[in-house]
Design a protein around this ligand. Structure first.
Ligand code: PGA
Length: 253
């Protein structure tokens, strides 16, 4: 059984104090070791990266990420943060291509490709997010669309580089307040398509979008799914801890 990744992005939420409180609660709960077979990760806002690293400690079993990074190492890119800067602040993961960044901030397949490359170059883990709109889903084009996003971003990587990539499939229609939870049925085909291409080749194939405490176990049961990438349900520490328990139960079954 492959490692189950269970992580959260806080998106544009949490003050430093709130971030520290969440992280210290998790640190104390885990007491130095992640549940067997589970890889926890947390992706705060840039402002909280260093603080969360400090709270978790250098040897934490919890991987720390950033929600975006530029592909250049440094330079005249006002408002941007580079991969070396993210690494310097303690990050080990770079989230790339979340649908909110594609929709509102002009992220393209080309920029996701550049960012995956920069992230690997600096020894961090790219967490590549892909997912289709309701329109694409309704037209029956889901698998083709998400495979295009994945292939475009991962083009040219050798097997070793690919083995460090984590992919999160997050249908846009299932994300956030406006989204509706996907049914297991709806996810079988996209994961079969992704699995055929990437199972055994990448570090993880995660599902994200309205994951909650009622559907998490069923989502983990879908073929090729090796983890969950969660927003709202994990922003309260208790919700996140419950998701870790669900993952453990899934592994034990
Ligand atoms: P959600 O967010 O769990 O709040 O729907 C998921 C995501 O955007 O990754």
């Amino acid at each position: 059984m492959s490692t189950l990744w269970v992580g959260t992005s806080w998106k544009m939420n949490k003050t430093l104090a709130e971030g520290r409180e969440w992280a210290s609660g998790l640190r104390d709960h885990l007491a130095g070791a992640a549940p067997e077979g589970v890889q926890p990760f947390v992706i705060p806002s840039f402002t909280a990266t260093a603080a969360v690293r400090e709270v978790l400690g250098e040897d934490s079993p919890v991987l720390l990420g950033v929600q975006n990074a530029h592909w250049e190492d440094a330079g005249a890119w006002t408002g941007e943060v580079s991969v070396p800067q993210a690494k310097d602040a303690g990050a080990q993961i770079v989230e790339i291509g979340h649908s909110e960044r594609r929709e509102h901030f002009g992220e393209t397949i080309e920029t996701t490709r550049l960012k995956v490359s920069a992230t690997l170059h600096h020894g961090l883990i790219p967490l590549l997010c892909i997912g289709e709109s309701a329109e694409v889903k309704d037209s029956g084009g889901t698998s083709e669309f998400i495979l295009d996003q994945a292939h475009g971003a991962l083009e040219g990587l050798d097997d070793q580089q690919l083995s460090r990539v984590v992919i999160a499939y997050e249908p846009i229609w299932a994300i956030g307040e406006q989204g509706r939870p996907a049914t297991v049925e709806e996810l079988i085909e996209p994961f079969a398509a992704l699995g055929e291409q990437y199972t055994g080749k990448v570090a993880g194939l995660l599902y994200g979008g309205s994951v909650n405490l009622d559907n998490a176990a069923d989502l983990l049961g879908i073929g090729h799914v090796t983890g969950l990438f969660v927003g709202r349900t994990a922003w309260q520490l208790e919700g996140y801890l419950e998701l870790l328990r669900i993952a453990q139960t899934h592994l034990a079954a």
